[in-house]
Design a protein around this ligand. Structure first.
Ligand code: ZN
Length: 127
């Protein structure tokens, strides 16, 4: 019954017909853009992180750390907010024991067991 009344009103009033036709067009125009990307809908901390990624930064250490050779020329980089940090070295791949030692700011230090080089780099927290 209500459907018939709407159909009659639609046929009777040309203004209503034009408004009915424009509504779906407007609605479809808004959905043409599709689903918003992560960058478009991100807010807060996620937005700041995505903006930092655009600049090539990783302030929250989200990405996989870079592989270092551990030599004197390419030491393992250890980020730190202070002046020293406790480092654990798995000297060999299948080792079950971890060698712990304090790494201090300054020149690169060697692991007392295997001799890999580690260097402390000062790291600022983003907030
Ligand atoms: Zn080691």
């Amino acid at each position: 019954m209500a459907g018939r009344l709407l159909l009659r009103a639609y046929r009777a009033a040309p203004q209503l017909r034009s408004s009915v036709l424009t509504r779906p067009l407007l609605r479809s125009a808004t959905t043409v853009r599709g689903i918003p990307t992560d960058e478009e809908q991100a807010t807060g901390l996620e937005r700041r992180t995505l903006q930092a990624f655009k600049q090539g930064k990783d302030p929250y250490s989200i990405l996989k750390p870079k592989h270092y050779a551990g030599t004197k020329e390419d030491p393992h980089i250890v980020p730190c907010i202070g002046t020293k940090r406790l480092v654990g070295c798995l000297c060999e791949e299948d080792n079950t024991a971890i060698v712990w030692f304090w790494l201090h700011e300054g020149e690169a230090q060697r692991c007392p067991s295997c001799g890999s080089h580690y260097k402390l780099i000062h790291h600022e927290l983003p907030h």
